[in-house]
Write a protein that binds this ligand. Structure first.
Ligand code: GDP
Length: 331
């Protein structure tokens, strides 16, 4: 049985990846930080097959101990301060966890090595936010980075140090440059889930307005469940490399709002919408759109869930969730 260690196990991607690896007969370990982490219960209930190991991306010795305990064949670094808006308010913490955390994990891997002498294969969750003020469109693996947030800057460091450790020490280290990927498990602070949850609550009569920031930014939104397949595929190749993972199609925040309201039959949605300066960013990224040709041709990866199906899946999930919480019987 192969053994995989996932950082960020409580997050959206960690949970989808854990399910994928479990279905492939891996022993799955998840790094959990802090005392009384409130999300431990969620992971234990949803993913009872995952063995939780304590450790923190800010603490090298804890990572060394976790690796010694798990002896993994594959390590997936999905842990990060991942919310762009928060990264402007906690820039140093973001740099420490999202950026330096990668270096610490790579160092721990170098120090401990893999199970039964096999080298560890390492996946770094890089991000389209690294492209920021884009230098060319669509963006590919060799497109120059121009991050526009502390989060993006920290991810650039994480990407560069992954490539550097691969070049310098021959580590099997891959960086997946993933464009936005969403799901019913997305945190409510992200615009997609904020919208689908509000739309569900408005439809159920539990909420009157949806308050957003800028409606014009465009994103290349895919389904997280599809994207974790690409992570795994990268680590199964003969040689480590970096890959863009994207759908190649963009929609605006406005398009997302429109699709979500229409899905529940509320076509005149403008009357539910308010905008507030609180939700605008100090600086925005440009139009992010990825070209995943390399992942398609070399990995054989392709997205399965399109934009409309993704919106419908998220709204339907939130309708059920909010109805259950409010004790409303759904047809
Ligand atoms: P990001 O691409 O990682 O920053 O993902 P988000 O879901 O946080 O934001 C996507 C886009 O939606 C950004 O351009 C935001 O400025 C925009 N946006 C507009 N209103 C909101 C809002 O109320 N919350 C969030 N999170 N984003 C918003």
């Amino acid at each position: 049985m192969r053994r995989a260690l996932i950082t960020g196990i409580t997050g959206q991607d960690g949970r989808y990846l854990a399910e994928l690896l479990h279905s492939k007969n891996y022993e799955v370990f998840g790094l959990i930080k802090g005392q009384n982490n409130p999300r431990i219960e969620l992971v234990q209930a949803e993913l009872p097959f995952v063995e939780l190991v304590s450790g923190d991306l800010q603490d090298l010795s804890s990572l060394v101990a976790a690796l010694e305990q798990v002896q993994p064949d594959e390590v997936y670094n999905l842990g990060a301060i991942s919310f762009v808006a928060l990264s402007f308010k906690q820039a140093e913490l973001t740099a420490n966890v999202t950026g330096l955390g990668v270096l610490r994990l790579l160092e721990a891997i170098r120090m401990v090595g893999g199970s039964s002498g096999n080298p560890v294969r390492f996946y770094q969750a890089s991000s389209s936010e690294m492209f920021g003020k884009v230098r060319e469109s669509p963006q590919i693996e060799s497109t120059a980075f121009y991050p526009r947030s502390p989060y993006g800057c920290a991810k650039v460091f994480g990407h560069d140090i992954t490539v550097n450790y691969r070049d310098s020490y021959g580590l099997f280290a891959c960086s997946g440059i993933l464009f936005n990927h969403e799901s019913p498990r997305r945190g409510i602070e992200f615009v997609t889930r904020k919208v689908t949850n509000a739309v569900a609550r408005i439809k159920l009569g539990l909420q009157e307005t949806l308050v957003l920031g800028d409606l014009e930014p465009r994103r290349d939104w895919g389904f997280a469940g599809d994207y974790v397949h690409a992570m795994w595929m990268m680590l199964q190749q003969d040689r480590p490399a970096d890959y863009v993972v994207a759908t190649g199609r963009t929609h605006s925040v406005r398009d997302f709002v429109d699709a979500a309201f229409r899905h529940v039959g509320l076509d005149d949605w403008e009357r539910y919408l308010k905008q507030d300066a609180r939700f605008f960013r100090p600086s925005e990224v440009d139009l992010l759109v990825g070209d995943a040709t390399k992942a398609r041709t070399e990995l054989g990866w392709k997205p399965e869930v399109d934009f409309e199906s993704l919106v419908a899946m998220m709204v339907d999930h939130d309708l059920k969730l909010e109805a259950r919480k409010a004790g409303i019987r759904q047809p």
